[in-house]
Design a protein around this ligand. Structure first.
Ligand SMILES: Nc1nc2c(c(=O)[nH]1)N[C@H]1C(S)=C(S)[C@@H](COP(=O)(O)OP(=O)(O)OC[C@H]3O[C@@H](n4cnc5c(=O)[nH]c(N)nc54)[C@H](O)[C@@H]3O)O[C@H]1N2
Ligand SMILES: Nc1nc2c(c(=O)[nH]1)N[C@H]1C(S)=C(S)[C@@H](COP(=O)(O)OP(=O)(O)OC[C@H]3O[C@@H](n4cnc5c(=O)[nH]c(N)nc54)[C@H](O)[C@@H]3O)O[C@H]1N2
Ligand code: SF4
Ligand SMILES: [Mo]
Length: 884
């Protein structure tokens, strides 16, 4: 009998898809859980590739001190001793934890408890500061508590779905697929996408508003003004359930449509259409994400959105609600435990009463009594030497913070840096004094909460490799060695979860909606079997789909608050020296700093190198060539990336993915270009609007290296490391002085001097291949003229051969066997279908996504590439002459 699959949850985005993992003859297999309410069996490309990320290659498997392997007890003793010493000498404010929305709730709970109740400082902040903190603050101002009122089903029940600052097609793909399926089935449904870029998400839109970056608050203020003028307000709801509406409405009274259109640089008619649809459609859901949150006025933008929903009574109703999408798998869980420095615990802030309550509950010897430092300030304090010991858990700040060059300096200067990670080499880990090997997804047990407040279990299906340990265990062992034994003597995540649930309901009496009371008594078996459930639960198995359905809010008056919003432009504006606005964010197939998605070759097929996307007009005006390299820079820093032409880009705006870092490219950390500018309330950085200049980089030569053995140390101006199916690929470019000498060639190609070579100095050409007993080991192509380089695909495919054939050997230094057909860029990652094949199929009569699916299987697995298939179909219908 085959063992039944393990039911667990995807470790990537906040959609929180259920996953079934089973053991097959050739390894693990991963598929969507048809019974999980978030995804009903669907998965996106990242989820579907999870089995490829389970190997131990590049895993951190043993504790290390100063780069040397040590026993666990010695690593833990060292961490506890150094923290104790620094606290004794400099006080609890001299230490800090920087944690992550990728921790499980149980890990998060104990870290928060240790810092805030036992060390006695609130200097624990989380990468959710970079992600959700503006939404948190906006919710608290409007609703009195950080609560997302809606559920995924609302997206399917709505007649109007507005996506603002969200590229859900790539970042919340399964939710987007649910929306797409509904839209197809329900003709009356409309979708509006508000994003300066025409993203994959906009493919579904009836209306796309490519507004000027950072102008959303004008648009939503204008909408409020319009609702008032058009009789679109729900006065009954306002009078009974909302306060502050008088002054809020007064503040926007004189705002006209043409003023809004001018401020947002949008056609008046399009703004009017959006306003009309919103006014007409009771069932409206507004989904928002980082295009709103990551801004120096992010909290105000959030409230400008909540204002229009409150003004129309569309909060927590079926198909009618504002809906903040969470990014990380457990961004919501972190907010529940109070992992942000300005929260205490379990949705309680720092008030004398709550501090006392939590002190009693934890029997805390040393309670924090005031908020701690928010991320950007926290790293400034590390740099200044005010914080002397820092423990980073499950996040990679050397890549993901603004002004990363300062952050790296802070990490270098830090007197005592501890890093817990699953990966041995990251840009942050390289500075650690102590490195602690954490258990990874598949090895750990606990809970996560998704965007719709649904708590799901992550269940282990792998044994702990090497000496890796779960994060909760590591934190508790350090706590015990710091002298807090009995308070951190948990034997399992279940025990921690019960305590967390008890705290949430402690003296609650309905004052906090976050109340897990019924789950506080789950025994270990019930915890293990816990079914996905939306908080607050009314029993152990029944959750709550929507909140605020009755219009009552957890504020002192029971009413929600509307707030007058004075829109502010981004803190720094483009000028003649820095004419572009840099927008940063995600691509479809990579996750953050690539420590996990970087393990799956097929996730590099879509976009393989760091890049800057620009409008064709901007390229032409600045003498930039698609496929060439460019320096993107400002006074803050610089990145060197590949130029990608994209008519989807707004002229004047450029987009650089956030993912690339020192492990994957020479100079691609885009955080280096982003100022440490934050929202004054939330402390969330302005990641989406940094002024930059873009200048072509003139390489003296370009080339690529394909190799079975990763040389890792490559020193030329540009290199980008791409994982192929059976080899590594390095894209290369450099100056004349960097033309590789023999010694370098040996390092790159491996082996001795025996290689097939073609040297043509006059043409500025070098090509070499190394074959060992018939098996290809490495290929290197360098050219003065980049155009002379062949496509890499055929050469890459030769690494799969145990022995090269005669033709193949003969083609090595040509880069093709003469008759090969390559497939263009890969569009459907799941089935490996390239653009050429798709275009050919369209020309051959496949006129719909379904037809392409039948012909090529493209788009039939995870569906993430459907927007691109649709774009190719559309393009095929447009006569060449009218295309941009
Ligand atoms: N593939 C993939 N998916 C992910 C992640 C990942 O790393 N990779 N990370 C997860 C995490 S942690 C998060 S937080 C989410 C983020 O999910 P999203 O917020 O959807 O992703 P982003 O790409 O950061 O930004 C969203 C959009 O905001 C737009 N934008 C920029 N400026 C403005 C503006 O002024 N106004 C408006 N209206 N829009 C603007 C950008 O053009 C971009 O398309 O994704 C999650 N999902
Ligand atoms: N320019 C720019 N920067 C951004 C953003 C942007 O849009 N633009 N977005 C911001 C946002 S929204 C976010 S959420 C952040 C994300 O940024 P980070 O959190 O820095 O990115 P990750 O790569 O997810 O880092 C997670 C780390 O934890 C490790 N890890 C994985 N699982 C575990 C585990 O179980 N235990 C432990 N101990 N470690 C583990 C991984 O190997 C990895 O090193 O980036 C922010 N930075
Ligand atoms: S949408 Fe994709 S990344 Fe997000 S949880 Fe589902 S499978 Fe994972
Ligand atoms: Mo995020």
């Amino acid at each position: 009998m085959k063992p039944s699959p393990i039911r667990t949850t995807c470790p990537y985005c906040g959609v929180g898809c259920g996953i079934l993992v089973s053991r097959e003859a050739n390894g693990w297999s991963v598929r969507g859980d048809p019974e999980h309410p978030a995804n009903r069996g669907r998965l996106c490309s990242k989820g579907a590739a999870l089995a490829e990320t389970l190997d131990l290659d590049s895993r951190l498997l043993h504790p290390q001190i100063e780069g040397r392997r040590v026993a666990w007890h010695s690593a833990l003793d060292t961490v506890a001793r150094r923290f104790r010493e620094i606290i004794a000498e400099h006080g609890p404010q001299a230490v800090a934890f920087y944690v992550s929305g990728q921790l499980l709730t149980e890990d998060y709970y104990v870290a928060n408890k240790l810092m805030k109740g036992f060390i006695g400082s609130a200097n624990i902040d989380t990468n959710s500061r970079l992600c959700m903190s503006s939404a948190v603050a906006g919710h608290k101002r409007a609703f009195g508590e950080d609560v997302v009122p809606a559920c995924y089903e609302d997206v399917e029940l709505a007649d109007l779905v507005v996506l603002v600052g969200s590229n859900a097609a790539w970042t919340h793909p399964v939710l987007y697929q649910r929306l797409a399926a509904t839209k197809q089935a329900r003709a009356q449904m409309r979708v509006v996408v508000i994003d300066p870029r025409r993203t994959a998400t906009a493919e579904l839109a009836d209306l796309h508003l490519p507004l000027a970056p950072g102008t959303d608050a004008w648009l939503f203020n204008g909408l409020l003004a319009h609702l008032r003028r058009a009789g679109g307000l729900d006065w009954g709801y306002l009078q009974t359930h909302v306060e502050g509406f008088g002054e809020t409405l007064a503040a926007v009274e004189r705002l006209t449509l043409s003023e809004v259109a001018a401020a947002c640089e949008l056609p008046e008619a399009d703004v009017a259409t959006f306003y009309r649809w919103f006014a007409q459609t009771t069932r409206s859901v507004t989904l928002f994400s980082q295009g709103i949150n990551q801004s120096s006025s992010g909290v105000d933008k959030v409230n400008s959105i909540l204002n229009v929903h409150l003004a129309t009574g569309r909060v927590g109703q079926p198909g009618a609600s504002p809906f903040s999408l969470t990014g990380q798998p457990n961004a919501m869980g972190g907010r529940e435990v109070g992992g942000l420095a300005n929260q205490l615990a379990a949705h309680m802030d720092f008030t004398p009463e709550t501090i006392e309550r939590v002190r009693r509950f934890w029997r805390a010897p040393s309670m924090a009594t005031a908020p701690g430092l928010k991320t950007v300030e926290l790293f400034e304090a590390v740099r200044a030497g005010d914080i002397r010991a820092l423990w980073v858990i499950a996040t990679n700040p050397a890549v993901s913070l603004p002004q990363v060059d300062h952050v790296v300096e802070a990490l270098r200067r830090c007197e005592f840096l501890v890093v817990s990670d699953v990966t041995a080499r990251t840009d942050t880990a390289r500075h650690a004094h102590v490195l602690l090997p954490a258990a990874a997804w598949g090895e750990k047990d606990g809970t996560v909460t998704n965007s719709e407040r649904r708590i799901s279990r992550q269940r282990a299906f792998l044994s702990l490799p090497g000496e890796a340990r779960p994060d909760w265990w590591i934190v508790c062992e350090v706590a015990r060695r710091m002298g807090f034994s009995s308070d951190f003597a948990y034997r399992s995540p279940a025990e921690i979860f019960r305590e967390h649930a008890r705290l949430s309901s402690l003296e609650n009496g309905g004052t906090r909606l976050f109340d897990l009371g019924p789950l506080a008594s789950l025994d270990d078996v019930a915890y293990d079997r816990l079914e996905p459930l939306q908080w607050p639960p009314t029993s152990r198995s029944v959750g709550t789909a929507r909140l605020f359905t009755d219009g009552r809010y957890p504020t002192p008056t029971g009413k929600a608050r509307m707030l007058p919003i004075q829109p502010r432009p981004p803190a720094r504006r483009a000028d003649t020296a820095h004419p572009f606005v840099l927008n940063t964010g995600r691509i479809r197939d990579q996750w953050h700093t690539m420590t996990r998605t970087g393990k799956a070759a097929r996730l590099f097929a879509h976009i393989g190198e760091p890049c800057v996307e620009m409008h064709p007009r901007d390229l032409a005006e600045h003498g930039l060539r698609p496929g060439g390299l460019a320096r993107v820079y400002n006074t803050q820093g610089e990145a060197l990336v590949r130029v990608m032409e994209s008519a989807a880009q707004r002229p004047g705006s450029v987009f650089v993915p956030m993912h690339w870092n020192d492990q994957y490219t020479a100079r691609g950390r885009v955080g280096a270009l982003i100022g440490a500018i934050t929202d004054p309330i939330s402390g969330q950085p302005e990641f989406k609007h940094a002024p930059v200049a873009v200048l072509a980089y003139a390489a003296d030569w370009q080339g690529f290296l394909l190799t079975r053995h990763d040389p890792q140390a490559i020193c030329v101006d540009y290199w980008a490391r791409v994982r192929g199916q059976d080899c590594w690929r390095y894209e290369l470019a450099g100056s004349l002085a960097q033309w590789p000498a023999e010694e370098t060639l040996r390092l790159w190609l491996g082996g001795g001097r025996e290689r097939i070579e073609l040297r043509d100095p006059a043409a500025g050409r070098y090509r070499a291949a190394r074959v060992e007993t018939g098996r290809l080991q490495a290929v290197l192509f360098l050219e003065r003229q980049a155009a002379a380089l062949p496509r890499r695909q055929w050469l890459e495919s030769l690494f799969a051969r145990e022995r090269l054939g005669e033709d193949e050997r003969a083609g090595l230094l040509l880069g093709h066997p003469g008759r090969a057909q390559d497939s263009g860029g890969i569009i459907c990652v799941c089935h490996g279908v390239g653009e050429r094949a798709i275009v050919a199929a369209i020309e051959g009569g496949a006129r719909s996504v379904e037809a392409l699916g039948l012909a090529l299987k493209a788009g039939t697995c995870c569906g993430s590439c459907i927007p691109e298939l649709r774009a190719l179909l559309t393009r095929a219908r447009v006569p060449e002459t009218t295309a941009a």
